[in-house]
Design a protein around this ligand. Sequence first.
Ligand SMILES: *[C@@H]1O[C@H](CO)[C@@H](O)[C@H](O)[C@H]1NC(C)=O
Ligand SMILES: *[C@@H]1O[C@H](CO)[C@@H](O)[C@H](O)[C@H]1NC(C)=O
Ligand SMILES: *[C@@H]1O[C@H](CO)[C@@H](O)[C@H](O)[C@H]1NC(C)=O
Ligand SMILES: *[C@@H]1O[C@H](CO)[C@@H](O)[C@H](O)[C@H]1NC(C)=O
Length: 386
Amino acid sequence: MTGRLHAIVFFLLIAAATADRRGWEVSGEGGDGRTPFKLEKSEIVVKTEGGEIRVFAAGHPLVRRWIPMHIGFITMEPETLLIPHYIDANLIIFLRRGEGKIGWIHKDNLVERRLKPGDVLRIPAGSAFYLVNTGKGQQLQIICSFDRVEAAAIDDSVSPYQSFFIGGGEYPRSVLAGFDISTLTSAFNVSGAAAEENKAQRRGGGEAVKAPDAYNIYDRDPDFRNKFGWSVELNEHDYAPLKESDISVFFVNLTAGSMVAPHVNPRATEYGIVIAGAGTVEVVYPNGTQAVKAAVKEGDVFCVPRFFPFCQTAAREGPMEILGFTTSSRRNRPQFLAGASSILRAMMGPELAAGFGLPEEKLRRLATAQNESVILPSSPETEERE
Ligand SMILES: *[C@@H]1O[C@H](CO)[C@@H](O)[C@H](O)[C@H]1NC(C)=O
Ligand SMILES: *[C@@H]1O[C@H](CO)[C@@H](O)[C@H](O)[C@H]1NC(C)=O
Ligand SMILES: *[C@@H]1O[C@H](CO)[C@@H](O)[C@H](O)[C@H]1NC(C)=O
Ligand SMILES: *[C@@H]1O[C@H](CO)[C@@H](O)[C@H](O)[C@H]1NC(C)=O
């Protein structure tokens, strides 16, 4: 892509001199791509002084095979507009910081929604949209998932999506520029006021259309809460648009040193993005060997394939917040391998004891020593050994 394209995709509305340019730390450039399940490489799709779009890719070949969707970060400086375009992927956005306004075409009408932190909204593939940073002097930070609906038709690059600009001139080129002049003059009836009228009518109708609202994940009561943290899952039962993407969104907030009990997602691959704090993510292979125990911090993205056991632990220094996307819009029903709600407790009996080669009593003691469930406290015995 050319430099000039970059300069115009984010349209600076007003030069922002007093802007709060406090970005957020995004790791990602570089990385040797050798840590499985951590998406260490990011590709900057667009970067201008108005903002950037960065997409994460799995560097490690083991993970690249599984990647059914991509995670992107959109950062917009104050007083900027992401100009109208559509992409060939469904987009689920989560507003992390700032305030924005999004406009998109829903059933032939323009609808607009104001967005605040915690809002989740789906923009279907092919639906033209624009985004405005409406926050006074602050950055707009969005985390999104892209699930591409068709295999790339022409462009066989690794790009996670293809953009088609509606507005635009030389750079980026509007898709309209690809048509014959004669086609456009008759299509637009260029001399006529009719087009204007038509546009006005459409706008007038916009109010009547019931387009989905954003869903605020912070406003909801957590699905689970104890003194070590809380978690919430947003699936198709809570927010119907997710069903069409077959994706759920979740949020986990761990207090300092706490961990999500080792668990398995039997229904979906999970993407996690650390949006505050730091900690570790541990993933185990099906053959019972450790795949990775990786330190993660704000801005890191990891991906855990369906059926793979894993756990996330917050650093002792402070809480860790994780936003995630899973590749199923159904209720996730994680299976816990430890804690009071573990499948070990549910299956307790001679059969399980035989499987472990332990006397049943001993196994029972082992499986019931942890009284907490789902989110567990740190214990002094599990000091970092690394
Ligand atoms: C095209 O524009 C002319 C003049 O403005 C108008 O009379 C005519 O009805 C328009 N045609 C269509 C198909 O809108
Ligand atoms: C997460 O929990 C910490 C306290 O452990 C709290 O300060 C923070 O505001 C919480 N985050 C959200 C998004 O609620
Ligand atoms: C376990 O599986 C992983 C991934 O397939 C492989 O790299 C590793 O060598 C295996 N380890 C053992 C002990 O079989
Ligand atoms: C955990 O359970 C054990 C045995 O049931 C009990 O003795 C202990 O007091 C419990 N601890 C907590 C913190 O609830």
